[in-house]
Design a protein around this ligand. Structure first.
Ligand SMILES: CC(C)(COP(=O)(O)OP(=O)(O)OC[C@H]1O[C@@H](n2cnc3c(N)ncnc32)[C@H](O)[C@@H]1OP(=O)(O)O)[C@@H](O)C(=O)NCCC(=O)NCCS
Length: 177
């Protein structure tokens, strides 16, 4: 299994539906969790308007933000959102369709992130505490846990639950003056 037929490019308006589907399918495969009270219905609720998405939120972005897609034969199989803040780089999300995981697509996105980010600043990412696969993946990229836990109000589920997230960091590359 390889990623040789997969290309990474900036999202375009025509990708909107495909991006929405990647989010929905990967969230369904990743986030329902009995212990933390996150259900399939919670995920369905978040994406109930997916078919009405005009995609503008993936395309009309401020200068400090970029969306990349991974495509195979024209179909979106992965998405990645990156934000350059004044003080830090933030890896907002990487989602790869379940059947395409483990083929190197996440690493392809990371290569783009390294080109986009400012290496003189810290890079942070948040991962849901029980999303062990993502945490292991980020460790592989060089991230380390900071010990901080976040409860993001925008991540509140229909049921009222907010899945806790850990923060992970790669410190800025020190520059020799
Ligand atoms: C986590 C995710 C983005 C990784 O992307 P991917 O395309 O599957 O990962 P890759 O194939 O590029 O793997 C890159 C490296 O990480 C390693 N890796 C990936 N998942 C891993 C895991 N669960 N445990 C250990 N190592 C892992 C791979 O072995 C590979 O190592 P290598 O460079 O030595 O070959 C993807 O699996 C995914 O979308 N998961 C579900 C959604 C999700 O949790 N997103 C993150 C939200 S915070």
């Amino acid at each position: 299994m390889t990623s040789e037929n997969i290309t990474i490019q900036k999202a375009i308006p025509e990708d909107a539906q495909g991006i929405g589907e990647v989010y929905y399918k990967t969230w369904l495969a990743t986030y329902p969790n009995e212990e933390y009270g996150v259900t399939k219905e919670d995920i369905d609720f978040i994406f109930k308007d997916i078919k009405n998405s005009d995609g503008s939120k993936y395309i009309s972005l401020p200068d400090n933000t970029v969306y990349f897609t991974a495509k195979e034969n024209g179909h979106v199989v992965g998405v990645c959102k990156l934000v350059k803040h004044d003080d830090i780089n933030e890896l907002k999300s990487i989602y790869v369709l379940p059947e395409q995981q483990g083929k190197g697509v996440g690493k392809m996105f990371w290569s783009e992130a390294l080109k986009f980010f400012d290496s003189t600043k810290d890079t942070v990412v948040k991962a849901v505490v029980y999303n062990k696969n993502a945490i292991e993946f980020y460790k592989k990229l060089g991230f380390r846990e900071t010990g901080k836990i976040f409860y993001d109000e925008t991540f509140r589920m229909q049921s009222g639950v907010i899945p806790p997230e850990i923060e992970m960091i790669i410190p800025a590359t020190s520059t020799v003056v």
